[in-house]
Design a protein around this ligand. Structure first.
Ligand code: B12
Ligand code: SF4
Ligand code: SF4
Length: 345
């Protein structure tokens, strides 16, 4: 006869989750300390992490919660279209949080329903997580946190984490089998172009390209760090891509629903020419960190990319953008024009 914990884990594996563990809610206690430690190390991250307080103490919002079910879903199996490779963060390309066409999105709903059928009250937050997910997954023993802050299973860091609070006291912990970081490795810290990741197990979220090219960085023309964004347009995977523990872990064996049809529209040139209606209908629902009114921000991100990776065919796009009706697009295009052309004249 299976225990309720084993039934939940068995269901998760049957659906295709790579890992599943369960911890008592009290295991989140140490997380607050780690977040505090982080704020002490990078003081300017304080206001950002204060806004994430709900992840530290879920009991404030869910006083009935007694345990946490945490799962890992591997996404390092999808084919990456060439037009977006290294330009758009892979977790955003293969985002299963909002795309109802994906099996993973549906699995989350099935897990929810299954636990309710077992008589549990559950709560989740599919978009942003109901707790600090890496900490919960670490406590459940389903993998480890490495120096680049990412959570790794046997599939590397290319796993999406998700958790549910439940009203039942439960515990089912695993023993991680992945090796620790090699002793002298610091490849992730060395590779971070903005020095957001300035030391192991730390980072400045507001200096991270991923923040600055999505919901942060709303004044990119004046942002000195923009010149170090390299190939990134939206999101950043550099500190994961360089990690030796991720070597060979991404295997492009499956198509992600709808991505090969959408990818040709996401070249730098096509983003610059993109119409609002197309953006609102096809792009924004998938890349939801930018709102339906934020197509301008994508265009600013692309202009930044064009400046950092200049080739002659980009010139007409930059010149046209200097006459754009949006002030931020114009400002970015002018800065780049100044940097690239005016100094040569
Ligand atoms: C806010 C947020 C962001 C912010 C800030 C990120 C940050 N690292 O602070 C921004 C917008 C920048 C961001 C970007 C990205 N994010 Co994000 N983000 C979150 C979110 C919602 C909360 C994270 C948070 O604020 N944590 C507070 C910090 C202080 O703690 P923590 O990282 O959670 O956990 C710490 C403890 O575990 C502790 N710890 C554990 N062991 C040890 C050992 C030692 C020695 C020490 C000192 C500490 C320690 O330290 C950890 C790391 O320091 C989580 C989802 C969630 N609910 O957890 C996703 C999440 C962390 N993001 C994720 C991803 C994929 C990304 C991006 C890669 C997306 C992209 N492609 O661009 C980037 C990567 C940026 C980066 N380098 O982190 C994934 C990571 C999956 C994984 N395998 O680890 C998560 C878990 C979402 C998910 N559902 O899977 N993100
Ligand atoms: S995601 Fe990019 S910018 Fe952010 S910490 Fe990693 S390497 Fe640095
Ligand atoms: S690059 Fe090296 S130090 Fe950084 S997470 Fe990977 S193994 Fe650890």
């Amino acid at each position: 006869m299976l225990t309720i914990e084993q039934k939940i884990q068995e269901k998760a594996y049957e659906l295709g989750y790579e890992k599943c563990g369960i911890i008592p809610i009290s295991f989140m206690n140490g997380y607050g300390e780690k977040v505090e430690e982080r704020i002490q190390k990078v003081q300017k991250s304080g206001p950002f992490y204060q806004r994430q307080r709900r992840l530290v103490n879920p009991l404030e919002e869910y006083p009935w919660a007694k345990s946490i079910v945490v799962v890992a879903a591997r996404y390092g199996k999808y084919k990456v279209p060439e037009s977006v490779r290294s330009h758009i963060g892979k977790s955003y390309l293969f985002d299963i949080r909002v795309d109802a066409n994906t099996k993973e999105y549906q699995n989350s709903k099935v897990m929810d329903k299954y636990m309710q059928e077992l008589g549990l009250q559950v709560a989740t937050n599919q978009k942003f997580g109901v707790v600090g997910l890496r900490w919960a997954a670490l406590q459940a023993g389903i993998g480890i946190v490495r120096r680049n802050n990412f959570f790794y299973t046997e599939s590397g860091s290319w796993v999406h984490l998700e958790a549910w609070l439940t009203d039942r006291e439960m515990e089912l912990r695993e023993i991680p089998t992945v090796p620790q970081c090699p002793k002298n490795c610091g490849a992730c810290v060395a590779a971070c172009p903005t020095k957001s990741l300035s030391a192991p197990y730390t980072m400045s979220p507001t200096d991270c390209i991923s923040f600055l090219t999505t919901f942060g960085g709303r004044n990119l023309p004046q942002e000195p760090l923009r010149k170090s964004f390299g190939q990134c347009i939206y999101g950043c995977d550099i500190c994961q891509d360089v990690c030796p523990m991720n070597k060979g872990k991404w295997q492009e064996v499956e198509e992600f629903p709808g991505l090969s049809e959408l990818a040709p529209s996401l070249t730098p040139e096509n983003i610059m020419d993109m119409e609002e209606s197309f953006y609102r209908e096809k792009v924004q629902p998938k890349f939801f960190y930018l709102s339906p009114d934020d197509l301008w921000k994508w265009k600013v991100d692309v202009l930044c990319f064009m400046g950092n990776n200049y080739k002659d065919s980009y010139k007409p796009y930059i010149m046209r953008a200097c006459k754009n009706e949006n002030e931020k697009i114009r400002e970015m295009a002018y800065s780049i024009r100044r940097e690239l052309f005016d100094c040569v004249r």
